[in-house]
Structure formats: C-alpha cells, structure tokens
Design a protein. Structure first.
Length: 275
C-alpha cells in the first residue's frame, strides 16, 4: 500500500545493479511513494544494462558517475537538478566494494593499495557525495541522505575483511557530516545497518550462506530482506523522520541485540556438538 510519503520529492539513487540490489528495491518503493529521481552507477556497472530496465519501470533517467571522482559527482548533481527541476530532497548511497574480499586475500595479509580502494569506494565516497552537494547547495533544506552499513562495523565477521573498516568509517562520516550539514542546512544523514542480504555484492563474500543462515537463526524476526530495507529508507527520506539524523538504524530482525538464541542452541545440539 502506498501513502504518497515522497510525493513531490526529487532524489538520486546510487548503486542499483540488478533486481537483487537493495538500491533497486528502494527505487521501486520510492516511485510507488510518489518520488521522481535519477539513477546512477559507475560506467563499469552500467555495462550490465539491468539498470535501464529499472529506469523504464520507474520513469527515471540514468547518469553514469564514478562516486570516487569529485568532478563526476559535480556533473551528476548539476545534471540531476536540471532533469528533476530543482534541488535534491533525498540521496541513497548504496555503494561498496573490496578488492581484497573479491580476491580472497586473508585479512592479516591485506594488500594496502586494495585497502585504500576499499575505503575510497565504500566509505570516503559518501564524504565526497556530501561535500559536493554541500558546496553546490544541491540538497534542499531538511533533505535526507541514507547510506547502507552492516554490523561488521562493530563486530568481527572473519570473512568480511577490510569491509569492516570501511563500514566503521562510513558510520563515522554519517555522524560527523551529519552534524555539519544539520547545522548549516538541516540536512539529515543516517545509515541503515541491514541484515545479510542476498545481493550480488553480498553473496560474493566468502562463507556468505553460512553467516546468512546463522543471522537468520539468531534473529527473533529472522533476516530483514531488501524490500524491508527499502521501507526503512523511504521512511528516512520522508518528512516523518525529519528529526532523525546522525544515526545507524538496525534493520536486522533483532540480530544486533542478541547473544544466542534457542534455535541456534538446538541446531548446535542436533549436529552433535552441544552435549
């Protein structure tokens, strides 16, 4: 059911790769709630071409931009405001990538050039997006920026590697820039810390299925899916959340508050490990 929560609002959505992407689901939900927006991804990601199907469905335009390049972000904001007819009301930053993870490099042996790439793409890019927007006065007063995080920013997930550092930095940028943008323009910045989600990027992490099932067994409500995450993002874009900023909001079925669950204990016993 739609409530017109975003009627008349203009946005930019980064990171919709295919129908498994959280950003893809956010775009569908934002359209349903009355928003108009531009879709953006890197030139390499656009080669997959799925995003153009999403653009057709949501009546949106696609603009290629490398989120690590300030000049391309400047062009993106300028062109988006022309297309949409005014300042941007909401931004989704759904971007993350680690060459160390992709190449299965053990954490104690990280390639440091790859680490810098991980941080630049997965975290510093948010700072660049916000800095460019602020300098250009591209985001409207009381606008909203949402990025996607994971609880590995706070806890050790052995195969998540240097993405843990990226997510920790990302959440720090949310807090720090949230203060400055809030003071100057009342722009809100928040992160959604999402359950393990079967996206193209997520399933590339070694052992993903194991910790997906572990999180599902641990969480009282089970894992939150991409559609659930899109509901939270749309809420944060909307005026209903106008006094929420600098927060990391856990959309994880309760996982972040758990130590161990009866279901997990029983599974441990059933496999012959518990008694």
């Amino acid at each position: 059911m739609a409530y017109n929560l975003l009627k008349g609002k203009r946005g930019i959505i980064f990171g919709a790769l295919d129908e498994n992407s959280i950003a893809w689901q956010v775009a569908l939900k934002a359209k349903e709630e009355g928003a108009k927006f531009v879709l953006s991804n890197s030139p390499i990601a656009l080669r997959k071409k799925d995003i153009f199907e999403l653009a057709k469905t949501t009546e949106s335009q696609v603009i290629a931009a490398d989120v690590t390049e300030v000049s391309e972000l400047e062009d993106l904001f300028e062109e988006s405001m022309k297309i949409l007819g005014g300042q941007i009301d909401f931004v989704l930053h759904s971007v993350g990538m680690s060459p160390n993870v992709r190449k299965n490099i053990p954490y104690p042996e990280l390639d440091y050039d790859y680490l810098m790439k991980t941080l630049d793409v997965s975290a510093i890019s948010l700072h660049k997006v916000l800095s460019v927007a602020k300098k250009m006065d591209a985001i409207s007063e009381w606008g909203s920026v949402v990025t996607l995080s994971y609880i590995a920013s706070q806890r050790v997930f052995s195969s998540y590697s240097d993405m843990s550092q990226a997510k920790a930095m990302l959440e720090s940028i949310v807090r720090q820039f949230g203060y400055h943008y809030g003071i100057s323009k009342k722009v809100r910045i928040n992160a959604v810390s999402q359950s393990p989600t079967k996206t193209t990027a997520g399933t590339g992490v070694s052992g993903f299925n194991a910790f997906y099932n572990y999180a599902d067994a641990m969480s009282p409500l089970g894992n939150a899916d991409a559609s659930s995450c899109s509901d939270v993002c749309v809420f944060l874009f909307s005026d209903l959340s106008r006094m929420i900023t600098m927060q990391t909001i856990y959309n994880d079925g309760g996982f972040s508050m758990m130590g161990i669950s009866n279901k997990l204990i029983q599974q441990y016993i059933d496999c012959g490990c518990g008694e």
